[in-house]
Structures are given as structure tokens and as C-alpha cells.
Design a protein around this ligand. Structure first.
Ligand code: INI
Length: 163
């Protein structure tokens, strides 16, 4: 029977983001979706007790600009992690591969170069329906909310390894 890795290795129920400083960078492109992901990220950070005062939000034009902004935040030394939010829908662009691929590769490079964890809260979908299904309200599937958990988990891991 197929298994879901998420169900086997659950997030630490004691995971707590108290005191962590987090940037959330969101793309304006497809903002009918990215606003839903941003809501999810806020919800996720609040649930993990990241204080509102420790959260900095910023907007960029599109997913292509996310790596630049995330790296700039990381290099500023003011954040422990960056949740990156975007939405690239294949049916709506002729350069889906370039935008989605460069965004993913750029974020991976940026987090490896800076040592500051960055969550890929970016939807890369075939159509609008899939994007809506992955940016649901509280209790539903929301990749922005998942990104918040990822950043807190990874920031705590970095903390542990540096101790
Ligand atoms: N940016 C997105 O975030 N999602 C898209 O679907 C998209 N499409 O369709 O092209 C998109 N393009 C803009 C791109 O991210 C840059 O902002 C633009 O090319 C300027 O650098």
C-alpha cells in the first residue's frame, strides 16, 4: 500500500517558534492565490507562537524575484528564516518552466549560500483548480501554512547544530 511520508514522520508536536524572526515574502503575480497562501503562512506562524512583532512581510512582482528578496533578507542578518510565497500556473504562461524552475533553483541556492532556511511555499500547478485546492482556508491544505512550519522546523535545527 502506498504510504504518505508526512503521516509516518510527523512534525514534532512540541515545535515552537517563540523568539524566531521570520520574513514572509509574497509574489503579487496571481495574488488571488498568493493572498490565500499568505493567510496560511500567517496562520501557521501564529500557531507556532511566532510573535507578530517578529514577522516581516514583503511583496515582490513575481516568483522569479523571490530568490533575490529572500537572499537579501537572509544577508541582512535580521531573520532566522524566510517563507517564500508564489504561484505559477502552467496554463497561464508560456515560460512556466523558466519561472518555476528558476524560482526553485534560486531559493535552494540562496538558502545553501546563506545558511538561512527558506521554505518553498510556491505553487506550481497545471491549472487554477489545483492552485485553489492547495491554498485552502484554516483546516485545509495550504502550502503557505506548510511553509511556516518548514521554516520554524529548519530554523530550530540550525540553532541546534550551531550550539
Ligand atoms: N510570475 C509568477 O509568480 N507566476 C506566474 O505564473 C508567472 N507567469 O505566468 O509568467 C510569473 N511571471 C512573472 C515573473 O515571475 C517575473 O516577475 C517577471 O518575469 C519579471 O522579472
Amino acid at each position: 500500500m502506498a504510504t504518505d511520508a508526512r503521516s509516518e514522520h510527523r512534525v514534532d508536536p512540541d515545535l515552537d517558534g517563540t523568539g524566531l524572526r521570520v520574513a514572509v515574502v509574497a509574489s503579487r503575480f496571481n495574488d488571488h492565490i498568493t493572498l490565500r497562501l499568505l493567510d496560511g503562512a500567517r496562520r501557521g506562524l501564529a500557531a507556532l507562537h511566532v510573535a507578530e512583532a517578529d514577522i516581516t512581510e514583503a511583496w515582490v512582482p513575481g516568483a522569479f524575484e523571490l530568490p533575490f528578496a529572500a537572499k537579501a533578507f537572509a544577508e541582512s542578518g535580521t531573520v532566522d528564516g524566510v517563507v517564500c510565497i508564489g504561484c505559477v500556473i502552467r496554463g497561464e504562461t508560456t515560460h512556466y518552466e523558466e519561472v518555476a524552475g528558476q524560482c526553485a533553483a534560486g531559493l535552494q541556492q540562496a538558502q545553501l549560500a546563506t545558511g538561512v532556511p527558506m521554505a518553498f511555499g510556491v505553487l506550481t500547478t497545471e491549472n487554477l483548480e489545483q492552485a485553489l485546492n492547495r491554498s485552502e482556508e484554516a483546516g485545509g491544505h495550504n502550502v503557505g501554512e506548510e511553509g511556516a512550519t518548514v521554516v520554524v522546523e529548519m530554523a530550530r535545527l540550525v540553532e541546534l547544530l550551531r550550539r
